[in-house]
Ligand binder design. Structure first.
Ligand code: GAL
Length: 658
């Protein structure tokens, strides 16, 4: 994003508000009702034609733009901007019938048949030819249309088709590997193929990690993850290049899925390929659902380098794809929307405008529900539109960086969760999220930043399960600590290099000297086992048989039960004005809260909230604004922050001038 471009539109800055709009699912008469209600709700932008390939190109090479011309004109006449999709997300039946070789194949060799959506191989040359022809036709058609404000490439690239094990994927994987390793000997070294007689003598012998008799080679698995993310990124670039050729001035985005356990796309690596970042977010049900939203929005904002980004999809109420789909409670639509805004979103959009009458997503909520405009849901949409209108001065303002950060790294996420490990229970994102919750509970703001982010401005950096540590990263982290930074890392960090080869001489090889500790053997715990610590905390999942090797290391907590009795569990090594700490067990959000209070205080990072509000509210800062979110289920007295409006209702949000 060296030259970030924002929406092509006139007028004063504002927060955009809208949805995916699918007029092609409805008779023409409904469209007038749509735009009337869009205006009532204050809708400013829609994403159009995302799944319209079959309508736009009803037969090979035959294009029908009449209905889309009409929709574009109607929206423009009503002052609504269009983030126009390239419509390539789901190929039409005539294409898959003529070219079944574009269909993805799973690891078992089963074809992923048409019938759902996104059934295309990211590396299929045939798919790409047809898709790029469509992109070109759409771009040529609408290049000068006044409603066109941004391009929406495909849709949620990789949502259903990221891991394709087809012959096309095999060919593309080999070519990706050649670029990476240059020689087959280098690949053999990286993949440690001396093991289990896996030595390759020619590139053509290499396959994606298809169903194997037992664990496929870990290097092959990790590289296949890297390759699969890169293959979709390459596809994104291919669409983008067509668009840039035809409309160089129109910005390009695609909707990321920074949410939950969606791990396959390395968005930190994709970020530079779009003009502005967009994200989709759907809440994970559970007690910490809003905190997870905050975590995702925070990470998205930092993937965007602190610049504003678009929330392209979330839900007004229930979704349709969870086992049990709960409606949102009163206040949640506004709370969720403003959490994204607080973390840098300059647009709040939903899937979708009008709730479908048929099809797989008919029970998914929308801005205009089945019940119609005379509904609480639509009234809450209208109220949200007006609240966003009041917040127009926020538009364009960057997130305000925090003093502490949690590092988030896709390579470690992938590598730490590979099979044939000390435990298969470890969850990378969960650990990072636990730390985030601990920060929220303490009322300390923390950024969630991609690994490549500049850490020098942070006084305290948590790098949970930083499993993959190439030599250059050791040097970088050491430099950060030596310059006075306070680094905290955890179990299963610093274990392997970029080839997933273990750093020898005792764990955590890459960070052993920096931390002043040495571990000879991992000691994961059974599901029902717990490890008691002498500071009253309890660990689960993992422990280490840890030795302290540097005299200056302080032991902040020791194990007090079992075979580890008396051994260090949490250590801190002072290094100049900085420090390097290690947490050898999973403490969960509550335990981490206790530990983090101490680590943060010693790093000089404390909450600026009055004691009675810590944990009860989340405070996020953006430009001159301070957002206060009620994290409890009850009203909270925030008079210390907001004397004029002292009561924050359950799920309420106050937006204050900082
Ligand atoms: C997204 C997708 C939308 C819609 C939505 C439902 O994954 O982009 O088209 O399916 O989920 O929650």
């Amino acid at each position: 994003m060296s030259t970030p471009r924002w929406l092509r539109r006139a007028g004063t800055p504002r927060l955009e508000f809208g949805a995916d709009y699918n007029p092609d699912q409805w008779p023409r008469a409904v469209w007038d009702d749509d735009v009337r209600h869009m205006r009532e709700a204050g809708v400013t932008i829609v994403s159009l034609a995302i799944f319209s390939w079959a309508r736009l190109e009803p037969a090979d090479g035959v294009f029908d733009f009449a209905w889309l011309d009409d929709a574009m004109d109607l929206l423009h006449a009503n002052g609504i901007l269009v983030d126009l999709a390239t419509a390539t997300a789901s190929p039409p039946p005539w294409l898959t019938a003529a070219h079944p070789e574009i269909l993805p194949v799973d690891r078992v060799g089963e074809t992923i048949w048409p019938g759902g959506r996104q059934h295309w191989r990211p590396t299929s040359p045939v798919f790409r030819t047809y898709a790029l022809r469509l992109v070109r036709a759409i771009a040529d058609r609408y290049r000068d249309h006044p409603a066109l404000t941004a391009w929406h490439v495909n849709n949620e690239l990789g949502c259903h088709n990221v891991y394709d094990y087809s012959d096309d994927a095999a060919t593309a994987f080999r070519s990706w590997l050649r670029d990476r390793y240059q020689t087959i000997e280098a690949l053999n070294d990286a993949w440690a193929t001396a093991f289990w007689s896996q030595r390759y003598t020619a590139w053509d012998e290499i396959l994606p990690p298809r169903l194997a008799a037992t664990y496929p080679n870990p290097g092959q698995q990790l590289d296949f993850k890297r390759f699969s993310s890169d293959a979709l990124k390459d596809y994104l670039i291919a669409e983008r290049e067509v668009l840039r050729e035809i409309t160089p001035e129109v910005p390009i985005t695609t909707n990321f899925m920074v949410m939950g356990e969606t791990s396959a796309m390395n968005y930190a690596d994709w970020a530079a390929e779009v003009d502005f970042i967009s994200n989709d977010h759907y809440r994970t049900p559970g007690a910490r659902s809003a905190d997870e939203l905050s975590f995702s929005a925070n990470l998205t904002g930092n993937i965007a380098g602190g610049r504003p980004w678009f929330l392209l999809e979330h839900s007004t109420s229930a979704v349709n794809w969870q086992p049990i789909n709960l409606a949102k409670r009163p206040g949640e639509i506004e709370r969720d929307s403003l959490l994204h805004v607080a973390h840098g979103a300059d647009a709040v959009c939903f899937f979708q405008w009008r709730q479908s009458k048929g099809g797989a997503e008919k029970y998914h909520s929308a801005m205009l529900p089945h019940a119609g405009a005379d509904s609480d849901l639509f009234r809450s949409v209208v109220a949200l539109g007006s609240r966003l209108g009041e917040l127009a001065p926020l538009a364009g303002t960057p997130r305000t960086p925090a003093r502490a950060a949690i590092v988030f790294d896709w390579e470690s996420w992938w590598a730490a969760e590979l099979d044939s490990h000390p435990t298969d229970r470890l969850r990378y994102r969960q650990e990072a999220f636990d730390w985030y919750t601990a920060f929220l509970d303490l009322g300390i703001r923390a950024d969630v930043v991609p690994l490549a982010a500049d850490l020098s401005g942070y006084e305290l950096v948590i790098a949970p399960i930083l499993h993959v540590v190439p030599a250059a990263l050791t040097a970088r982290l050491t430099g950060y600590v030596e310059a006075g930074g306070h680094l905290v890392t955890t179990y299963f960090s610093g274990i392997v290099d970029e080839n997933d080869h273990v750093w020898l001489g005792g764990y955590p090889g890459a960070l052993r000297d920096l931390l002043g500790i040495r571990i000879e053997e991992f000691a994961p715990l059974l599901d029902d086992e717990r490890a008691e610590l002498d500071n009253g905390l309890t660990g689960s999942l993992w422990t280490d048989r840890l030795e302290v090797t540097a005299a200056e290391v302080e032991v902040l907590a020791s194990y007090k039960t079992g075979d580890l009795d008396g051994r260090a569990a949490v250590t801190r090594r002072p290094v100049g004005a900085g420090s390097a700490s290690y947490v050898s067990t999973r403490l969960g959000p509550e335990g981490l809260g206790v530990l983090l209070a101490e680590l943060a205080a010693r790093a000089g990072v404390t909450s600026d909230l009055p004691a009675e509000l810590r944990g009860r509210v989340e405070v996020a800062r953006r430009g001159d604004f301070r957002f206060v979110f009620n994290r409890t289920g009850e009203p909270v007295d925030i008079s210390a922050l907001s004397p004029a409006e002292p009561i924050l209702t359950a799920r309420g949000v106050a937006v204050l001038h900082a």
